[in-house]
Design a protein around this ligand. Structure first.
Ligand SMILES: NC(=O)c1ccc[n+]([C@@H]2O[C@H](COP(=O)([O-])OP(=O)(O)OC[C@H]3O[C@@H](n4cnc5c(N)ncnc54)[C@H](OP(=O)(O)O)[C@@H]3O)[C@@H](O)[C@H]2O)c1
Length: 269
């Protein structure tokens, strides 16, 4: 009898088991990063948790300790050396780094009529350069292992410009392009790259906004969707579907039509 062979993709899907996976999460002290940490610890992963607020990281370590193992790695993602030494500590502690979730980020309003270039630089430095630093910190280990998974938490806001969001949109558009290039560079090395484009999720980043955020998701729903996309090693995942479809449509609309529609939408006060 001829035994049915699994394709390489099937083998990878089969192999996706969080148990004993070493996952490095940036921006782990609140919102999506914290929720991912809790959910992945329940699935058996060991975690490296990076953010600036050490106390919150220590609280999270205590929370997930009963499920998995976790290490607080207080650092600022804009500091390349601090990111590198955090990744080294993680590798020293657990022996490997299997997954990077480059999630650290800030939002914020930017109104071009009162443009604060320093603030724009800050947002781009944290959201884009911070993610670049995180990738630089783990890629040498993953290349050595001939295995790894790099996950970028980008945004639907990276598809096209939005009102009062120039810094955020630019940072996320840059992030998506950066990680796409990273994927092409790493093809054939055993390292996969997933770019996640969430819509609105209830976290401290979106709290307190008066303007309507369409299809606003509960944190648990958003986190579960992200985890499923990582498990399937999706190259790109945009959600929720209605908003993602609208964002994709925006990419092919003539600019004047896009400007007309987007000019009427204001997701920030
Ligand atoms: N919520 C949404 O609707 C939504 C939608 C699409 C994409 N996203 C993206 O998802 C990611 C997480 O956002 P969130 O909604 O969970 O927001 P959040 O609750 O405000 O969490 C942001 C995290 O990033 C960390 N962070 C910020 N600046 C940092 C820095 N310089 N160095 C290290 N860590 C830093 C924060 O920790 P510390 O302050 O302790 O450093 C915090 O843990 C962001 O990249 C965001 O753009 C969110």
């Amino acid at each position: 009898m001829v035994e049915k062979q699994n394709s390489p993709t099937q083998l990878r899907l089969k192999a996706m088991n969080w148990n004993n996976k070493i996952v490095f999460i940036t921006g782990a002290s609140s919102g999506i990063g914290e929720a991912l940490a809790i959910a992945l610890a329940k699935r058996g992963a060991s975690l490296g948790l990076l953010a600036r607020r050490e106390e919150m990281l220590q609280e999270l370590v205590a929370k997930v300790e009963s499920n998995g193992k976790a290490l607080a790695l207080p650092a600022d993602v804009t500091d390349a050396n601090a990111g590198k030494s955090a990744a080294e500590k993680l590798k020293e502690h657990f022996g490997r780094v299997d997954v990077l979730i480059a999630n650290a980020g800030i939002g914020g309003i930017t109104d071009t009529k009162k443009l604060d270039a320093e603030y724009v630089a800050k947002v781009i430095n944290i959201n884009l350069i911070g993610a670049v630093n995180s990738v630089a910190a783990v890629v040498p280990f993953m290349l050595e292992q001939k295995n790894g998974h790099i996950v970028a938490i980008s945004s639907l806001a990276g598809y096209r410009g939005l009102k009062k969001s120039s810094a955020y949109c630019a940072s996320k558009a840059g992030m998506s392009a950066f990680f796409e290039s990273v994927r092409l560079d790493l093809a054939g090395t055993g390292i996969d790259v997933s770019i996640i484009h969430p819509g609105f999720i209830k976290t401290p980043l979106t709290s307190g906004r008066e303007n309507t955020m369409p299809f606003l998701m509960e944190l648990e729903d958003g986190t579960n969707r992200i985890i499923r996309a990582i498990e399937k090693r999706k190259k790109s995942y945009a959600f929720p579907l209605p908003l993602a479809s609208f964002a994709r449509l925006g990419l092919v609309l003539p600019t004047s039509v896009y400007d007309y529609i987007a000019g009427k939408k204001n997701y920030r006060e």
